[in-house]
Each structure stands twice: as structure tokens, then as C-alpha cells.
Design a protein around this ligand. Structure first.
Ligand SMILES: Cc1cc2nc3c(=O)[nH]c(=O)nc-3n(C[C@H](O)[C@H](O)[C@H](O)COP(=O)(O)O)c2cc1C
Length: 382
């Protein structure tokens, strides 16, 4: 049975984005809306891609005071990434899922990942986004993805544009959509890729424009973030191993922040750790090893290929075996060690995390009761 959040709605005069950015360290949950979540392994768990399961996680995250909930968008053929698990074959749509989460939650920001280049018109998304913004009382955001997997666009009968052109088209899409959200009059727009004649969107989003997010490591992706995004999702340039990642992140974050400063903007970065946390380090490492030992090898190979085959600049430092447990970085240890790791990520220039787990329900509960209070004590959370 799906239940609604018991969190009291916060009405302190700030927008959800202002509240989120006022946190010393942003905390998001990366929902497992695809079968297998982040982990192509046959190790036992109850994680599920079903809407009810993800609604339960988001409601709990809202009660625990998480800032964000997010889902992935992918277009895969029959069998997903293959293997015995048919990794990620099942997957619910992020935009519709987010709409379904809006009335169940009170404070958490709900981000929908959308491939804006796959046949959408800005007017469609401006209207649908404004509707979810309205349903959630201004808590909706859009993760703009341009599609790095070359087999996706042909599913829509489209060509896969080359890397930087994807960002050019997406930028025009955003300009058109933002103009619709701003405009009090009918709008005519004559762009190179999108055209509108006397178009209009109402209701308007509650707080000017909804929250915009993107991910990327390339110069084009970072320039896009500096220009349009409130949050940038980054990957570790040096792969998922924590020590490697944390030593490569200061330079990367500095480079990103400089790009923002060049256009007069503070770019806020979040990174995606896979967290395995137990009372002792040995227990946590044992869980990690057990998951890895039961890898779905074919699915891991195919997933890895999807990162290396295309022209994307992100994920380049990642090794095949790091994709078994998954996450852009991996944090394994006791609650104290996880919090220490978060402090180190903050010191390395990250403004927050978007976390995922292996067995989401119990792992989120453990995180909420054991790790979150320590994050507050450490000054990472208000
Ligand atoms: C944490 C994270 C989440 C992402 N989620 C998605 C997604 O749901 N769907 C998608 O097609 N791409 C997703 N991407 C890929 C990015 O949108 C982008 O295409 C990729 O990072 C390559 O960008 P770059 O070449 O500019 O570095 C994600 C990337 C990161 C780092």
C-alpha cells in the first residue's frame, strides 16, 4: 500500500531551490526505477523498479529530510543490457513517475530526467513541467539529458547528432521553454531547431522557472551547465575507487567553478556515490565482495561498452569491474567512515551527493538512522 509522507510541509518563505542550496551538503536519492538499479549482480535483494517501491523510497527520503529524488532515463532494446538478469530491461518513465510522486511528498525536490532531443517540442515539456511544478507546489526540476548512447535516437527515427551539436540543440530547447515559462503574452519563436507561433503556457511555474540540472564532463557539457543549470551532476575523472576519485575531484571542481565564474554564476556540483554502510568495516567490505562475486558478467560488459562506445566524455576513467557494484564513486564502510568520506568530498569541491544503494529499502533506513545524524553532527546537514 502506498502511503503519503508524514513530513510537515516547510513554508519558510524560501523556494525549494534556495532551501536546498542553503544546506552545507546537498543530499539526493537516486531511485532504482530500472530493473537491477545500479548493480548488475545476482546477489539477493528486494530492490525493485516498480512504481510502488520507488514511491515508498521517495516518501521515506522526504521524511528523512533528503533534498532531492531523481531517476535515470534510458532507452534500451529487448533484454536491456542482457545477462541472466536482463539488466535494466524494465524501467518506468521518469517524467510520469515524478508526477506520481508529487502528491505523496511534501518537501523533497522531484527531478525528471528527459531526453529533450528525442522528438519533444519545448511547448510540450513547458506545459507538462509546469503541471508537475503545480502538482508539487514548486518542487519540480528537469534533468536535461542529450543522449550519449548512439542506438537511442534511431529508436525515434532520428539521427544521433554529434557531441557538441547535441548541446547546441538542447540549449535552444531550453531557451524556448524558459521563454514560454516567462512570457505573459503569446510567444513567437524562430530558432534554428524549434519554431513557435503564438504559443502560450499556463499555469506558470511557482518560482519563476523550475530547477534545471544536467550532467557532463566535456567542455560543451560544462558550458551548458554554467549557462543554464542550477545543479551539475559530475562524475569522478579517475574512476569509482574512492581514494582515486577524491584526489582527482579538486581540480575538476575548480575547472567547473571557473567556467561558472566566467559567466557570473556559481555552479553547484553533486556526485553519485554507491554507499554500502554497516556497523563494522569488515561487514561492509564483505557485502561489497559478495555483490561483486555474483556479477552478471554479460550485463556488466554491455553496460561498460555503453560508456566506452559513444562520444561521451564522462565515465572515461571508470573500469569495467567498478560497474558491477556501480555508482560514480563507491563509499564502503562504517557510518563514521561514510561521513568522513562526505567531508572529504566537500573539501574536494563537491556541493553534495546523489546516493544509491544495493538493497534500497533497508539500506536507506540504515542510512537515515545511523549516517544522517552523524552528518548533522559533522555540520554537513542542517
Ligand atoms: C550521474 C549521472 C547521471 C546521468 N543520467 C543519465 C540518464 O538518466 N540518461 C542519459 O541518457 N544520460 C545520463 N547521463 C549522461 C549525461 O547526460 C551525459 O550524456 C554524459 O555525462 C556525457 O556528457 P559529456 O560528454 O558532456 O561528458 C548521466 C550522467 C551522470 C554523470
Amino acid at each position: 500500500m502506498i502511503r503519503a509522507s508524514t513530513a510537515a510541509p516547510i513554508a519558510d518563505g524560501r523556494t525549494p531551490l534556495e532551501r536546498l542550496k542553503a544546506q552545507p551538503f546537498i543530499l539526493g536519492l537516486f531511485l532504482p526505477t530500472q530493473s537491477g538499479g545500479w548493480t548488475p549482480s545476482t546477489a539477493p535483494r528486494d530492490t525493485s523498479w516498480h512504481y510502488d517501491y520507488n514511491a515508498g523510497l521517495t516518501v521515506r527520503a522526504d521524511e528523512l529530510g533528503f533534498d532531492l529524488a531523481f531517476a535515470l532515463a534510458q532507452w534500451l532494446g529487448k533484454g536491456g543490457y542482457g545477462g541472466t538478469t536482463k539488466y535494466r530491461e524494465q524501467g518506468i518513465d521518469p517524467l510520469i513517475t515524478t508526477a506520481g510522486l508529487a502528491p505523496l511528498t511534501r518537501n523533497i525536490v522531484l527531478i525528471s530526467t528527459v531526453h529533450v532531443l528525442y522528438g519533444w517540442h519545448p511547448l510540450h515539456l513547458a506545459k507538462m513541467g509546469a503541471t508537475i511544478d503545480h502538482m508539487s507546489n514548486g518542487r519540480w526540476g528537469l534533468n536535461v539529458v542529450t543522449g550519449y548512447v548512439p542506438t537511442e535516437a534511431p529508436m525515434f527515427g532520428l539521427n544521433h547528432p554529434e557531441h557538441d551539436l547535441r548541446y547546441v540543440i538542447a540549449a535552444e530547447f531550453l531557451q524556448a521553454m524558459e521563454a514560454l515559462w516567462r512570457s505573459d503574452a503569446n510567444l513567437t519563436f524562430d530558432g534554428a531547431y524549434y519554431k513557435m507561433k503564438d504559443a502560450f503556457v499556463t499555469p506558470k511555474p511557482r518560482h519563476g522557472r523550475p530547477i534545471i540540472v544536467n550532467a557532463g564532463s566535456s567542455d560543451a557539457g560544462l558550458d551548458f551547465a554554467a549557462r543554464y543549470s542550477d545543479l551539475l551532476f559530475i562524475t569522478s575523472p579517475a574512476g569509482a575507487l574512492f581514494e582515486d576519485a577524491v584526489s582527482s575531484l579538486p581540480d575538476f571542481n575548480r575547472h567547473i567553478k571557473e567556467k561558472g565564474a566566467a559567466v557570473g554564476k556559481k555552479v553547484t556540483t553533486i556526485i553519485n556515490p554507491h554507499i554500502i554502510c554497516r556497523d563494522t568495516e569488515k561487514e561492509a567490505q564483505d557485502v561489497f565482495r559478495a555483490i561483486a562475486a555474483q556479477e552478471d558478467a554479460e550485463a556488466v560488459d554491455n553496460l561498460m561498452q555503453s560508456f566506452t562506445k559513444g562520444d561521451n566524455k564522462s565515465f572515461r576513467g571508470h573500469k569495467r569491474d567498478q560497474r558491477i557494484v556501480g555508482g560514480n564513486i563507491q563509499m564502503i564502510g562504517t557510518p563514521e567512515q561514510i561521513v568522513d568520506g562526505m567531508l572529504r568530498l566537500k573539501a574536494a569541491g563537491c556541493d553534495g551527493v546523489q546516493i544509491n544503494f544495493f538493497d534500497f529499502e533497508p539500506d536507506l533506513e540504515y542510512f537515515g538512522t545511523r549516517v544522517l545524524p552523524l552528518m548533522v553532527q559533522a555540520g554537513l546537514r542542517h
